[in-house]
Design a protein around this ligand. Structure first.
Ligand code: AMP
Length: 138
C-alpha cells in the first residue's frame, strides 16, 4: 500500500506543498513542532536512506540547505533542527524517507520534538506560500 506521503504527492489526499521537483517534494508537517516545520520527501518511496537511488541522494543536501535558508528568511529563526529518523527503532512512524526541518529560536528547548497545533489553517497557508515563494526565488 502506498505511503501517506506518496498519496499526498499523487494528489489523492491534501498536503501543504512548498516544493515540487522531479525527484523531491516538501510539505508542511500536519502536526508541527514549530510553525514552518517542513518535511523533505523523495518521490521514490523507500523507507531508509541507504535504499535511495543515487541521483536523488546526490540532490538531498542541496534541498536541505535551500529549505534551511528559506525557513531562516521566512521565520527569522536563530537555528534549524534537521532530523532524519532512519527506521522504526529511531522513531520513524511513516515508512517513507523524510527529513524534518524545524525552525528554532534562542531559548527554545533544543531537544523538544513534540508536534502540536501552532497555527490556524489561514496561518498555515500563509506560511506555506511564503516558504514556497522563498524557495522559488533561490
Ligand atoms: P516520523 O515520526 O519521523 O516518521 O514523522 C512523521 C511525520 O509525518 C510526523 O511529524 C507527522 O506529524 C507527519 N505527518 C503525518 N501525516 C501527515 C500528513 N498527512 N501531512 C503532513 N505531515 C504528516
Amino acid at each position: 500500500m502506498a505511503s501517506i506521503f506518496t498519496r499526498i504527492i499523487a494528489g489523492e489526499i491534501p498536503g501543504a506543498c512548498v516544493l515540487q521537483t522531479e525527484r523531491w517534494v516538501a510539505i508542511l508537517d500536519i502536526n508541527p513542532v514549530a510553525p514552518g516545520h517542513t518535511l523533505l520527501i523523495p518521490r521514490q518511496e523507500v523507507a531508509l536512506l541507504p535504499d535511495l537511488e543515487g541521483a536523488t541522494l546526490a540532490e538531498s543536501g542541496a534541498w536541505l540547505a535551500r529549505i534551511d535558508r528559506a525557513l531562516r528568511s521566512i521565520t527569522d529563526c536563530d537555528a534549524v533542527s534537521i532530523l532524519l529518523r532512519d527506521g522504526p527503532a529511531a522513531g520513524q512512524e511513516v515508512p517513507h524517507l523524510h527529513w524534518h526541518l524545524v525552525p528554532r529560536f534562542n531559548g527554545d528547548h533544543p531537544h523538544h520534538f513534540v508536534g502540536g497545533s501552532y497555527a490556524s489553517d489561514d496561518q498555515q497557508e500563509q506560511m506555506r506560500s511564503a516558504i514556497a515563494a522563498a524557495l522559488d526565488q533561490q
